[in-house]
Design a protein around this ligand. Structure first.
Ligand code: KIV
Ligand code: NA
Length: 277
């Protein structure tokens, strides 16, 4: 199967066919989402929390993200690959944004890169597009600046903030973004924005009106314990299955059930004889 391209996404949008996006952070998760037939894979900076154990997305570095993104690239064939530019790697200037984004394209093989927020990020988006790098915008709850937004909470719940969100979405589209992610907004905000958007819009906690949905791999598979955002739906309990598997291994080792004869290597009889002499 050939690699998808941006035209395929536009075709899906125009046909009203929902676009499926999910995160992945390493080689096996890339192979899993590929086998499941998703359209777009995002190596989200949510990796900071899901796989690196930081308590927000802020500390993760470009080098850490590149290591994970390269691993995903090696496991991926058909879906489009989006790299997530981490906090502090694109805000300073257009030049900084282009230098960082080029690494995600050249070193990690990303098809697109994602940056958060409106405002100065609109200029960054324009600069990246001018440099030939397709860009995904991200508005609503933008975790890199969650502290400034008052925490991990829904955005656009007043008329003023809803209109500001709409303006950010439009500005990012006008700047040449190829796609937009809207996170954690009431469905009314999404419904206000959607008629204005020619580019594919992917929602996460933004209701059903978007062109597609994205969820975090670890959230939808239930890989960790603890509370999840309102928009998360668990489709599996991988943590429970994993703990049970490792606990069973530990029990068998302690009770000397593992390894069994079928896990042993054989030495030719003649050699075993000679060794025991
Ligand atoms: O980092 C991430 O996983 C994301 C998605 C939730 C959109 O940015
Ligand atoms: Na992100």
């Amino acid at each position: 199967q050939r690699r998808l391209n941006l035209g395929d996404l536009t075709t899906k949008k125009n046909a009203g066919e929902p676009i499926v996006m999910v995160t992945a952070y390493d080689y096996p998760s890339a192979q899993i989402v590929e086998a499941a037939g998703v359209d777009i894979v995002l190596v989200g900076d949510s990796a900071a929390m899901t796989v690196l154990g930081y308590d927000s997305t802020v500390p993760v570095t470009v080098d850490e993200m590149l290591t994970l993104t390269k691993a995903v690239r090696r496991g991926l064939g058909r879906p489009l690959l989006v790299g997530d530019l981490p906090f502090g790697s694109y805000e300073i200037s257009d030049e900084q944004a282009v230098i960082t984004a080029q690494r995600f394209v050249k070193e990690a093989g990303c098809d697109l890169v994602k940056i958060e927020r409106g405002g100065t990020s609109v200029d960054r988006a324009r600069a990246l597009v001018a440099a030939g790098i397709p860009v995904v915008g991200h508005v609503g709850l933008t975790p890199q600046t969650a502290v400034a937004l008052g925490g991990y909470r829904a955005q656009g719940r007043t008329v003023e903030t809803a209109l500001a969100l709409r303006d950010d979405a439009l500005a990012l589209q006008d700047a040449g973004c190829a796609m937009l992610v809207i996170e954690a907004v009431p469905r009314e905000v999404t419904e206000l924005i959607m008629p204005l958007m020619r580019i594919p819009v992917i929602g996460i906690g933004a209701g059903p009106a978007t062109d597609g949905q994205v969820l975090v791999f670890h959230d939808l598979l239930g890989i960790y314990d603890g509370p999840a955002a309102r928009f998360v739906k668990r489709y599996a309990n991988v943590r429970e299955a994993s703990v049970a598997g490792v606990a069973e291994y530990a029990r068998e080792v302690r009770e000397r059930e593992y390894p069994a004869p079928e896990h042993e290597y054989a030495m030719p009889d003649a050699e075993a004889q000679r060794l025991s002499q």
